[in-house]
Design a protein around this ligand. Structure first.
Ligand SMILES: NC(=O)c1ccc[n+]([C@@H]2O[C@H](COP(=O)([O-])OP(=O)(O)OC[C@H]3O[C@@H](n4cnc5c(N)ncnc54)[C@H](OP(=O)(O)O)[C@@H]3O)[C@@H](O)[C@H]2O)c1
Length: 178
């Protein structure tokens, strides 16, 4: 059994039709949902794939340890910004395993890296936001599937955005029980 089985968190936001990204960026801007994401991940380790790193415009998210998983990037691509780079997710998890509890680690996407971690069974808890919107068009990235029967689901909150008119979102926590 892997040392990382059921250890880390995954946090993602998806539309009603399962979209998490469009044209390598977020398909919506909901300040209240960003505030929720910030509250969950502040002072934690956040791990992202290369495309998600690119979507941040080269700037790490403040007050978090920003980690990028990529076989093609080098540290020079960070222009001195505060990112840590690992070639595999396992190397990153081994690094943090020695320093902190892995339940302080949040995988923040994108779909490619999340799918890999789910298939490897590394994810203990999924914090999933569902945004009441349908995203259509080209160049869409879809959330990876997971078997809800392996998890207990808690409804954490439902909120209507006051700044992104008429957009409602709900947050669910899925805790793995198998
Ligand atoms: N709605 C949300 O919650 C949310 C969150 C995050 C991102 N997004 C969106 O999702 C989209 C990006 O997602 P994506 O699926 O295209 O890409 P991604 O997962 O961010 O990045 C994929 C890249 O990461 C590296 N990677 C992934 N898994 C790896 C593994 N197991 N081992 C080594 N390297 C690995 C590879 O980089 P190399 O090819 O360099 O090796 C791979 O090409 C964007 O639209 C972004 O805005 C949405």
């Amino acid at each position: 059994m892997s040392a990382f089985k059921n250890k880390i968190n995954l946090i993602l936001a998806k539309s009603k039709n399962g979209v998490i990204g469009k044209d390598n960026s977020m398909p919506w801007h909901i300040p209240e949902e960003l505030a929720y994401f910030k509250k969950e991940t502040l002072n934690k380790v956040i791990i992202m794939g290369r495309n998600t790193f690119n979507s941040l415009g080269g700037k790490p998210l403040p007050n978090r340890v920003n980690v990028v998983i990529s076989k093609t990037l080098s540290v020079d691509d960070f222009n001195g910004e505060n990112f840590l780079l690992f070639k595999t997710l396992e190397k990153a998890l081994s690094h943090f395993h020695r320093e902190i509890y892995l339940n302080e680690v949040f995988l923040i996407g994108g779909a490619d890296l999340a799918k890999y971690a789910l298939e490897k069974d590394y994810i203990k808890t999924i914090f999933e936001t569902e945004v009441e919107i349908e995203i259509k068009g080209d160049n869409l990235t879809y959330a990876p599937n997971f078997d809800t029967e392996d998890y207990v689901m808690l409804h954490l909150l439902t909120q209507v955005s006051s700044t992104a008119p008429n957009l409602q979102f709900s947050v669910y926590e899925y805790i793995k029980v198998k």
